[in-house]
Ligand binder design. Structure first.
Ligand SMILES: Cc1ncc(C[n+]2csc(CCOP(=O)(O)OP(=O)(O)O)c2C)c(N)n1
Ligand SMILES: [Mg+2]
Length: 561
């Protein structure tokens, strides 16, 4: 073997794992590695101007491919900028290998300029964090990181790569990382026991999360729900877990108020939780939300997710797809004819109710379609007419999301991604990552005006690398979600919300941000639209443009309630 340094060895390892993109923002402590990248024409360096945006771009890319995206940051300062986005990736279970350069282990004792304990910074926002300190274990650690990132619960991992370790000759073997098969079948006895307990349920509920999407279990979840006659709620579902128009789809639990989530299961005599945990809320309910007599069956490949906060009756550490398939078959056998009829009746009733709710909401949208300030539903309806069937949407429209998804309705796996809430600014860079992974498909990223400003730099990356993602900024000149949550806070505190005024810092105006000019400055053309009559043309211009394009839609800022 020719003698090579750790820089080259590391890139050879990435190549062996089929890595084609390295998302980075450069600094002087990675110069050896950065210079070496030019020798690897099959690995494209995707440049970001701000780490928060860069990591969200890498997040979108990994969500689209299902394989780890690889990121190279600059020391503690770059890693620090990325922390919020890593938090997002951790909670979305995004496979990602994040490296950061630093001067070297030789400088540890000097408390040198820019030195920081990178592993300590990364640990709370990654699944695993470590540091290479010897040339005999550099690519060994890189492979370990790749493996840990790729196995459920997937997530970002961190590897500090000190330059003096990489500068040394490296004789480690390079081989593709062994990613173990985690499609774990459930124990048949546990499945049968669960089916027996679930068969007689009169008020069943299903809570499903991203684990269902990752396992490719959408069809299996649909069949299980139909057999059991149970509504399905998405909890921590940033991907599609069931077509939103399915008669048994009930919506998202939301991620704010534990009391709202608890109300969903309060009446249930049986609950199946799959690929998520109970409950991923900001203000979670501390008391057990389940009825004392309820049967709760929890399926997840992550043992830590099962019965995380509240006891369950049966827990199964197993693959959602295999388990739902087996559970449906067992349930089908265990249910009596009368139980089957009751399940069909429940499903029919739920389907009728949700169709009525949906059509009422769409009628209400239609009734306001001529209004200015304009409603998001107008934009969404025109988009629904023009989007090609293979289009991918990244929805961070926040308070405008219900109107968006009422018209551009998520129907198929792999076509819809959504912020699970938390870190703002994931929608625009996420769309850049999705488009990089799927250059032949139309990709549209939606963001609130507030959210977009955290990571607007992603537009420059799209322009620079000619990544033709489309962007829609919902300009309501406000942090409207904070206003809505404050109204709720006042109501929960028994204070008449109408008597109170919002703090002025929930408005983003004076000066009004010119999103089209801002995009233009970053190399992305765009158009502002504020009148319903202009939307059709504007959507046509965006979708017809060859390259990245931004639509700034000026919307109403009404706060319901
Ligand atoms: C990085 C970060 N900073 C602050 C917040 C708090 N926060 C939650 S929602 C929100 C407002 C979002 O406004 P916008 O994106 O315009 O959407 P809108 O609520 O108007 O629909 C803020 C500031 C956050 N979630 N993340
Ligand atoms: Mg806003």
């Amino acid at each position: 073997m020719t003698q090579v340094t750790g820089h080259r060895r590391l890139l050879e390892q990435l190549r062996a794992d089929g890595v084609r993109h390295l998302f980075g923002n450069p600094g002087s402590s990675e110069e050896g590695l950065l210079a070496e990248i030019t020798r690897f024409p099959d690995i494209q360096y995707v440049m970001g101007l701000q780490e928060a945006a860069l990591v969200c771009t890498a997040d979108g890319y990994a969500q689209a491919t299902g394989k780890p995206s690889v990121v190279l940051l600059h020391s503690g300062v770059g890693l620090g900028n990325a922390v919020g986005s890593l938090y997002h990736a951790l909670h979305r279970q995004t496979p990602m290998v994040v490296m950061a350069g630093e001067a070297g282990v030789a400088y540890d004792a000097l408390e040198a300029h820019m030195a920081a304990d990178l592993v300590d910074i990364a640990r709370p926002v990654t699944k695993y964090a470590t540091r290479a300190i010897h040339p005999a274990s550099l690519v060994r650690l890189l492979r370990r990181c790749y493996k840990v990132a790729s196995t459920p619960p997937c997530g970002p991992v961190f590897l500090a790569v000190p330059q003096d370790v990489l500068d040394q000759l490296n004789a480690e073997p390079v081989l593709p990382t062994v990613v173990p098969d985690t499609r774990v079948a459930p124990e048949p006895g546990a499945v049968e026991a669960a089916a027996r307990l679930l068969a007689g349920a009169k008020k069943p509920v299903i809570l499903a999360g991203d684990g269902v999407a990752v396992s490719g279990a959408v069809d299996e979840l649909v069949r299980f729900a139909e057999t059991w006659g149970a509504p399905v709620w998405g909890a921590m579902a940033s991907q599609l877990i069931m077509p939103w128009t399915h008669p048994l789809y009930a919506g998202l639990t939301g991620h704010m108020f534990g009391t709202d989530s608890a109300a969903i299961v309060a009446g249930a005599d049986a609950v199946v939780v799959c690929g998520t945990y109970v409950f991923p809320d900001v203000f979670g309910a501390t008391a057990n939300p389940f009825r004392p007599d309820a049967t709760v069956v929890h399926i997840d490949l992550d043992a830590a997710a099962i019965a995380k906060n509240h006891p369950v009756t049966i827990g199964m550490v197993s693959d959602p797809r295999l388990t739902l398939e087996a559970l449906t078959a067992s349930l089908d056998k265990a249910m009596t004819a009368a139980q089957r009829t009751a399940a069909t009746k429940r499903a029919d009733q739920h389907g009728r109710d949700s169709a009525t709710t949906r059509s009422r909401a769409r009628e209400a949208d239609e009734a306001r379609r001529e209004e200015t300030p304009m409603r998001m539903s107008v934009v969404a309806a025109r988009l629904a007419e023009q989007l090609p069937s293979d289009a991918i949407v990244f929805d961070e429209a926040l308070t405008n999301s219900p109107e968006l998804t009422r018209w551009v309705t998520p129907e198929r796996p792999g076509h819809f991604f959504q912020t699970p809430g938390g870190t703002l600014g994931v929608g625009l860079p996420g769309a850049v990552g999705l488009k990089l992974a799927h250059p032949g498909r139309t990709v549209v990223g939606f963001s609130g005006d507030g959210g977009s400003m955290y990571t607007y730099q992603a537009l420059w990356s799209a322009a620079h690398h000619k990544i033709g993602a489309k962007f829609v900024v919902c300009h309501n000149s406000s942090y409207r979600l904070l206003k809505e949550n404050l109204v709720r806070y006042w109501q929960d505190g028994d204070t008449a919300a109408g008597d109170r005024e919002f703090p002025p810092f929930f408005d983003v105006h004076e000066p009004t941000i010119d999103f089209v000019a801002l995009a233009g400055a970053l190399g992305v053309p765009g158009m502002q639209v504020s009148k319903p009559g202009e939307v059709d043309q504007a959507v046509r211009a965006m979708l017809g443009h060859d390259g990245p394009y931004l639509l700034e839609v000026v919307l109403d800022r009404e706060v319901p309630g």
